[in-house]
Ligand binder design. Structure first.
Ligand code: ADP
Ligand code: MG
Length: 337
């Protein structure tokens, strides 16, 4: 979990703030709602928990699910018609993948599986170099995933879909849309660091803390209001150690190996699905290429922390973020995105 929310009520009279933590998508989801009667808020939170669990089972990459069925039929000679609810996110993921120059590439399911990250407890050993090279040479990409009407077909047998890099952001967007439908206009949904806020906390903006990638505690905080998302991808979220080396779960589709050079990427954008795809793509892009990829994806606010603990940040986000560490980190402010 990476981002946390500050919710102390500063000793004043209690405010109409409802908070609930649910376990879904294999992770803790924090739901915070302001200005609604407790029973209505509780009902809304219950419905959102159902949304998260439904999305979890629909998109599960290794337990039998609509997605694993689609993967099994991707190369059928007659195009396969998956469960209709898969289609909107597949179309969105394809567009985001193309915009990212394939650095966010949900077609690399075989690589993710080869590294053991399609499993409950990744533990190695890493795949051998030949296996990795063959999976990279096969060049699976979303360009080869053809979406026509209700059907899906891949023209490359190497393609297997893994929406792990975007699923949580998508679930957060679905949850926010659901809250709005219920007439709730001031809330935060936080799925392990994929956050979207709507409205305000009364008269104040929502204040969000960004966890320090080096350990416990907060590296920075930011105020969000209206309709904004903040999403972080980090190499410490999922990894295994093998013979003294650490291997994390964000794979560079160009090399087939865990992306190097970056520890975490935080993206602020209006929706969480796009921000989630972008945070993965920019982590793969790394310190030398993140600005180009952010521009290609229409992302304007980014903070990237590299392996030397240098904070690379664009001027817009630099202006609104407050570092909470004792000493100001080393910063590299980029040109505007
Ligand atoms: P985090 O867990 O820190 O939020 P991401 O959002 O980047 O991380 O999601 C990582 C997951 O996405 C991996 O576990 C894997 O399932 C999948 N994945 C890994 N590398 C890529 C990539 N280059 N493009 C798309 N999906 C990826
Ligand atoms: Mg992501």
């Amino acid at each position: 979990m990476f981002l946390v929310t500050f919710l102390s009520s500063c000793g004043k009279a209690p405010e109409p703030l409802y908070q609930e933590q649910i376990l879904a998508l294999g992770a803790l989801i924090d739901i915070t709602i302001w200005g609604v009667a407790p029973d209505a808020a509780q009902q809304a939170a219950d419905q959102i928990a159902e949304d998260f669990n439904h999305i979890h089972t629909t998109w599960h990459a290794w337990k039998p699910s609509p997605l694993t069925r689609l993967n099994a039929h991707l190369n059928d000679t007659v195009a396969y018609t998956p469960e209709a609810e898969l289609l909107p996110l597949l179309a969105q993921a394809k567009q985001l993948s193309l915009n990212s120059g394939n650095l966010f590439n949900p077609a690399i399911g075989k690589l993710v599986a080869a590294w053991g990250f399609q499993g409950d407890e990744p533990k190695g050993p890493p795949p051998d170099a030949k296996t990795v090279a063959a999976l990279v040479a096969a060049q699976p990409s979303m360009e080869q995933v053809h979406l026509a009407g209700n059907s899906v077909q891949s023209s490359n047998p190497a393609v297997q879909l893994d929406l792990g890099a975007i699923g949580q952001g998508y679930a957060v967007d679905v949850a926010i849309a659901h809250l709005r439908k219920l007439g709730i206009h001031n809330a935060i949904v936080n799925a392990s660091g994929d956050i979207r806020v709507i409205g305000k906390r009364g008269t104040r903006p929502w204040r969000i803390g960004i966890r320090d990638p080096r350990g416990p505690g907060i590296i920075a905080s930011i105020e969000l209001q209206g309709d904004e998302s903040i999403v972080t991808s980090g190499t410490y979220e999922r990894y295994f150690d093998y013979q003294g080396k650490r291997y994390h779960h964000i794979i560079d589709p160009r090399s087939g190996y865990p992306a190097r050079g970056t520890v975490s990427v935080t993206v602020v954008h209006n929706n969480a699905t796009t921000a989630d795809a972008a945070s993965t793509a920019l982590l793969v892009a790394g310190p030398a290429q993140w600005q180009r990829v952010a521009r290609a994806m229409g992302i304007k606010q980014v903070m990237l922390i590299d392996e030397q603990e240098i904070v690379h940040i664009d001027p817009l986000l630099a202006k609104r973020i407050h570092f909470e560490t004792k000493t100001q980190p080393r910063m590299k402010i980029s040109a505007p995105l």
